[in-house]
Design a protein. Structure first.
Length: 339
């Protein structure tokens, strides 16, 4: 039987784009998703993009019996672990739910992998593990100090994975710390489809542009940045997907665990992103400035030196391309996958 790559949370935003990249590279993929924050209709879109080089299993990573069946049935030899809750504000209001899902789910998955003798994992981590950074660009050696429950769940999972690697060198794990994924597949068939009000900036801008929302709130115009708005490292989701492919190849080839940032290495302000989106799409974005949100930092962008050196990877798409692709997705799918 041909070995498969299991993608947990593979029907979600980043997972679905990564599935396409893997299938286009010739890999057989198994998607496991409980569909709590994704839409089953993405599966038909994936088939249109990449054929039938994947299987879908609906279920939760905390279901041990299900994991045992999936890992055995599909001859899984490596796992990309996306499945998890990811809204910072929601995590503050519901910390137990986040620890149960994110930490409990990762623990359950690692136990199942060990039972199945599968020890290659790419883990979806986050730049939130750096908290309010002491320096930018942020290297992987920066202090780790998450400032919200979501970030702490990622940090606990990273600690668990580091302890596992130290205890058993057979485990080969790539921990990828994402910065701010945006954009969509260039076909416009798949993209970011948040349920309810978006928690992230780009889909909110796109929903204002398409007429689904009246106005964008920009939180804070008095940060110590060139234009007063927060600065972030926005990375195209297809560049991010390629990063996962590069990480899998590195684990297979060099048999060495890694922890790397995935970003562009450049900071873009909220105001710059809004202005670029309006210029690229010809759609003015109604916006207003409101008070800062608690917990937001002024500037956060990646040092990407290590990703280039260890993975041979770097982001290729600029902010204009990110806006173009996000708008193509949103204009073709004004209400996401419900169209």
């Amino acid at each position: 039987m041909t070995p498969s790559i299991l993608i947990t949370g593979g029907a979600g935003y980043i997972g679905s784009h990564t599935a396409v990249a893997l299938m286009e590279a010739g890999h057989k993929v198994v998607i496991l998703d409980n569909l709590c924050n994704s839409d089953a209709r993405v599966l038909d879109r994936l088939r249109r993009l990449a054929g039938n080089a994947f299987e879908f299993e609906q279920g939760d990573v905390r279901d041990a019996a299900l994991l045992d069946r999936v890992l055995a049935r599909h001859a899984v030899n490596s796992v990309i672990h996306f499945a998890g809750l990811k809204a910072v504000g929601e995590s503050v209001a519901q910390p137990l739910r986040y620890f149960d899902n994110n930490v409990g789910g990762t623990f359950s998955l690692l136990q199942a992998m060990e039972r199945a003798d599968v020890r290659h994992m790419v883990f979806s981590s986050s730049a939130t593990v750096y908290g309010d950074p002491e320096q930018v660009p942020i290297p992987e050696t920066a202090p780790l100090k998450a400032t919200n429950p979501y970030g702490r769940t990622k940090l606990v999972c990273e600690d668990m994975l580091r302890d596992l690697q130290r205890a058993d060198p057979r485990w080969k794990i790539a921990m990828l710390r994402y910065f701010n994924p945006v954009g969509a597949h260039p076909s416009g068939l798949i993209g970011e489809a948040p349920s309810g009000a978006p928690n992230n900036l780009m889909p909110y801008i796109a929903q204002v542009a398409v007429g689904q929302r009246d106005c964008l709130n920009i939180f804070g115009d008095d940060y110590p940045t060139p234009d007063g708005t927060g600065v972030r490292d926005y990375i195209h989701v297809m560049d991010l997907a390629r990063g996962h492919l590069a990480a899998l190849e590195q684990l297979a080839k060099r048999q060495q665990s890694i922890t790397v940032n995935l970003g562009t290495g450049a900071g873009i302000s909220v105001k710059q992103l809004v202005e670029t989106f309006a210029r690229v799409t010809g759609r003015p974005i109604a916006h207003r400035y409101v008070a800062r949100r608690a917990g937001d930092v002024a500037v956060c962008y990646a040092d990407t030196t290590l990703a280039r050196a260890t993975l041979g990877w770097q982001a290729e798409h600029d902010i204009a391309r990110m806006c173009e692709d996000a708008w193509r997705w949103q204009s073709m799918n004004p209400t996401g996958y419900t169209n």
